[in-house]
Write a protein that binds this ligand. Structure first.
Ligand SMILES: [Mg+2]
Length: 171
């Protein structure tokens, strides 16, 4: 069984823009992220991104534009990320269990990679990131203060680097 760190994208790996992030020019990788991913990788964690990209459904950007951003991220972090799952749906247009807080992106990863949920983590900055993880028995770390009180993470930190240090301590 694999141990996995599930990662939200916007607000965890790159700066969250209110108007969506879909060009490399606007894809600002947050401080310490490259180092954090490298540390987790070396510790043997599978790294899986689970991201809602509802701007695709709204016609604001294309899947190809999103993939260019992901290719750029992979280039910068030396291919550390094992897989990207994304939901292109916007809840007002298409209901989908893929869209967080739905669990389907997580469940796909668990089935595909043989992930042990109990030995895995989710790092996110919103309630919708932590709700599905918790329901599957995955430990949760919240970054920042945007998570609602009733959904707060098992741990709270300020950056992915801090989260990585915490996970490695629990290894
Ligand atoms: Mg986010």
């Amino acid at each position: 069984m694999s141990r996995c760190v599930f990662l939200d994208r916007d607000g965890v790996l790159n700066k969250d823009n209110p108007n969506y992030t879909y060009t490399i020019e606007n894809f600002e990788i947050l401080p310490g992220v490259v180092e954090a991913l490298s540390m987790l990788k070396k510790a043997g964690y599978l790294l899986v991104v689970v991201t809602n990209q509802s701007g695709i459904d709204k016609g604001i950007y294309t899947i190809d534009q999103m993939k260019e951003c992901h290719a750029y991220l992979q280039q910068v972090c030396d291919g550390a990320i094992d897989h990207f799952y994304f939901s292109p749906y916007h809840r007002t247009l298409h209901a989908s269990l893929l869209t967080k807080p739905g669990t389907l992106m997580f469940e796909k990863a668990i089935a595909r990679f043989g992930i042990d949920a109990d030995q895995s983590w989710m790092v996110g900055d919103r309630s919708r990131d932590l709700i599905p993880a918790r329901s599957l028995g995955i430990r949760t770390i919240q970054i920042g203060d945007e998570v609602e009180e009733e959904h707060r993470g098992d741990f709270k930190v300020h950056s992915l680097l801090e989260a990585a240090q915490l996970m490695l301590k629990y290894k």
